[in-house]
Design a protein around this ligand. Structure first.
Ligand SMILES: Cc1cc2nc3c(=O)[nH]c(=O)nc-3n(C[C@H](O)[C@H](O)[C@H](O)COP(=O)(O)O)c2cc1C
Length: 306
């Protein structure tokens, strides 16, 4: 089913733990009908054993195309997970093979799979056996350099992977330095499946300018509090503070569908800067919004700014 399912080139919102929850994905969807969305990465054992964790994967049909991103290290567990979720209407499953966090790598999950090609392939095979939905992989250039990238992805393709997204940094780099897209272009010259480039993209125009032979681009950090990031620079220049405040409030109201007042007010704090930075008085507005203790106060403070 890939790649014809998506617009060309593909524009994707990067999975981001703590950010790309249903509320934010729906806000991004309101402004961008075609962007491919991903869940936050979610542990396969959590999905099997915890109702709370399964709740993280809830999505609205408007979010499609939407991939559930999963991580773990047990091929049989992956198979079970995708089988249990394949009838939810989800577009497909993305396997996290890039997360560099200490806890994740120590547990032999996420980025550590770049060092264990055999296990990485067995995981993909188990998923493909368990579902007919597409299995995709998000990974990095490699552990300490990009030497193995092409061979690693070719092995994943032989195992059944239908699309890859590559963050142009190594595990060792974490988030340091600049993303290097050259090995991603080289990878695409060597494989036939869709390849999405990721790392440091500022917006749609920047994504398109980096695209070259790739099938798409994926934006992460610059999308935080900025659901317009997939618009052209020209169109984005026209967005007013009022537009931003109203969209921020719509985002907050969506979050309230999933979270109670107190939790939503706290969780929303991390989105504030993205929405309001760059406008006069942003600092004091943010401080006031951070202190708000009710929906009503939050809304009044926000609207009083424009
Ligand atoms: C706060 C945060 C959470 C992230 N969570 C995930 C995740 O759950 N799964 C994943 O594959 N990558 C995750 N990433 C990595 C991003 O998807 C992306 O690859 C990375 O930020 C580089 O893209 P960018 O420069 O556009 O931000 C996360 C990044 C950030 C900053």
């Amino acid at each position: 089913m890939l790649p014809g399912t998506f617009t060309s080139p593909i524009a994707a919102l990067a999975p981001m733990d703590g950010y790309t929850d249903p509320a934010y994905r729906q806000i991004v969807r309101q402004l961008n009908p075609d962007v491919v969305l991903y869940s936050e990465f979610t542990n396969i054992h959590g999905i099997e054993h915890s109702e709370q964790v399964r709740k993280r994967l809830v999505f609205d049909v408007s979010e499609l195309p939407y991939f559930i991103q999963i991580f773990g290290n047990d091929p049989a567990g992956f198979g079970k997970t995708v089988e249990s979720l394949q009838d939810t209407g989800v577009t497909g499953f993305d396997i996290n093979m890039g997360c560099p966090s200490k806890k994740i790598v120590k547990a032999n999950t996420g980025g550590s799979l770049m060092k264990d090609r055999d296990l990485a392939c067995r995981i993909v095979e188990a998923c493909c056996k368990a579902t007919r939905l597409p299995i995709t992989v998000k990974t990095r250039l490699g552990w300490s350099d990009a030497e193995q990238l092409i061979d690693f992805v070719k092995a994943l393709i032989d195992a059944g992977t239908q699309m890859v997204s590559i963050h142009g940094r190594t595990y060792r780099q974490k988030y340091k330095g600049e993303a290097n897209w050259e090995p991603i272009y080289e990878l695409k010259r060597a494989v036939a499946i869709p390849v999405i480039g990721n790392g440091d993209i500022k917006g749609r125009d920047d994504g398109l300018s980096r695209l070259r032979n790739l099938d798409g681009y994926m934006i992460g950090r610059n999308a935080i509090g900025n659901p317009w990031v997939f618009w052209s620079d020209e169109k984005r220049a026209e967005i007013t503070l009022k537009d931003k405040i109203e969209k921020m409030l719509a985002h907050f109201q969506l979050l309230r569908r999933y979270k109670d007042e107190h939790i939503a007010l706290i969780e929303f704090r991390k989105h504030l800067s993205g929405y309001i930075n760059g406008f006069n008085g942003a600092k004091s507005l943010r401080a006031l919004l951070m202190k708000s203790t009710t929906d009503k106060e939050f809304t009044q403070v926000a609207r009083s700014s424009c």
